[in-house]
Design a protein. Structure first.
Length: 334
């Protein structure tokens, strides 16, 4: 029997009708296959929240001002954000990464300083970042993952904070998947009808001002925020270390999309935690053949979808390891 057959048999012989644990069975199969063991384990779950500012925010593409990015970083460090609450609830370690916020922060045990700049350039007229900044993002992100590996973490979630970053995510998605901007653009933090129209027009303009982008790297350099670039680099590094990746909402998925175009095998390690209400996320997931665990109409980011779905991921591992089989429990199979 192949490993996959043994694993499927182990799942099928648990005391339940075939497929009765639905998505949990898929998760158990995926996790055991990544770890190449019939008894997978989750160690030191950690969420990295990448924060950065966006030059395009000056164009009024968000319902909130750019200052909210550093203010939310302080909130994360003080333990007051949604992601803090859900991580505490589920015993998930949380680290905040300053990937390029337009402010300086004091040293803090939960803050990783990884600044690629004080916000990206305004991509209406410039590439968001230089090649050097993109390279820095990838190199720095590898170090974040190395540090998690040395603390024996084998499952990492990604979250983000950056006013204006739904715009960056929409542009990346539209370019990589060749889908019109309008289908990839949502209301983000909740822009009203008039500003939603303006947001779409600005994004069309940005798109038109950067023709002939060829590689995923070039697309990331042109539209990406520093937080999106560092998430992308960290995802690639986490995959290289055979970790499980928890992917959050729309923005996190746009970083994943770039990583996937660089190395499609990363899909094997990725768990899509929730389907965001942000327009475009459903289509993005569909296009890569992914199904999210939760659909709670969230549109927050920060990694909240990862923190909320972690107990379900744990349940998948626990049923595989701890549930009785028909034989061990003396239950008739058929
Ligand atoms: C208080 C607050 C907390 C947040 N936490 C995450 N986001 C989310 O909203 C932002 C993206 O939406 P847009 O592209 O419309 O700016 C990101 O920072 C994202 O993480 C927040 C936004 C706000 C206002
Ligand atoms: O899905 C997301 O990641 C998202 C949606 C809206 C605002 N911030 C994040």
């Amino acid at each position: 029997m192949t490993f996959d057959q043994q694993l499927q048999q182990k799942i099928d012989l648990k005391t339940k009708p075939i497929r009765a644990l639905g998505t949990l069975e898929d998760l158990a199969f995926q996790i055991a296959k990544v770890q190449q063991t019939l008894t997978p384990q989750l160690h030191h779950p950690t969420i990295l929240v990448y924060a950065a500012d966006h030059g395009l925010a000056k164009e009024g593409v968000s319902a909130y001002p750019q200052e909210v990015t550093p203010q939310m970083v302080y909130n994360f460090l003080q333990g007051g954000a949604a992601i803090n609450v859900f991580c505490n609830q589920n015993n998930i370690a949380l680290k905040i990464v300053d990937a390029g916020v337009n402010a300086d922060f004091p040293v803090h045990e939960n803050l990783i300083s990884s600044k690629a700049g004080y916000g990206t350039a305004n991509m209406l007229n410039h590439k968001a970042m230089t090649e050097e900044q993109l390279t820095y993002c990838f190199t720095a992100a590898e170090k974040h993952i190395e540090s998690l590996v040395s603390s024996k973490c084998n499952i990492v979630g990604f979250g983000e904070m950056g006013i204006g970053n739904t715009s960056a995510a929409s542009l990346i998605m539209s370019s990589l998947l060749d889908i019109p901007i309008a289908e990839c653009t949502g209301r983000g933090t909740g822009v009203d009808d008039l500003n939603f129209l303006r947001k779409q027009q600005i994004l069309q303009q940005v798109h038109a001002n950067h023709p002939n982008l060829k590689t995923p790297r070039e697309i990331l350099q042109t539209f990406g925020g520093f937080e999106i670039a560092q998430m992308c680099g960290a995802m690639l590094a986490a995959h290289k270390n055979n970790m499980l990746l928890m992917i959050d909402g729309f923005i996190c998925s746009s970083a994943f999309l770039v990583a996937y175009h660089i190395n499609p095998a990363i899909l094997n390690n990725a768990i899509f935690c929730h389907q965001s209400d942000e327009q475009g996320h459903r289509i993005l997931l569909e296009r890569i053949g992914a199904r999210a665990i939760l659909n709670l109409s969230l549109r927050l980011g920060e990694g909240t979808g990862c923190a909320l779905s972690y107990p379900i991921i744990q349940s998948a591992v626990n049923f595989l390891n701890n549930m009785a089989s028909f034989e061990s429990a003396n239950v008739s199979n058929k």
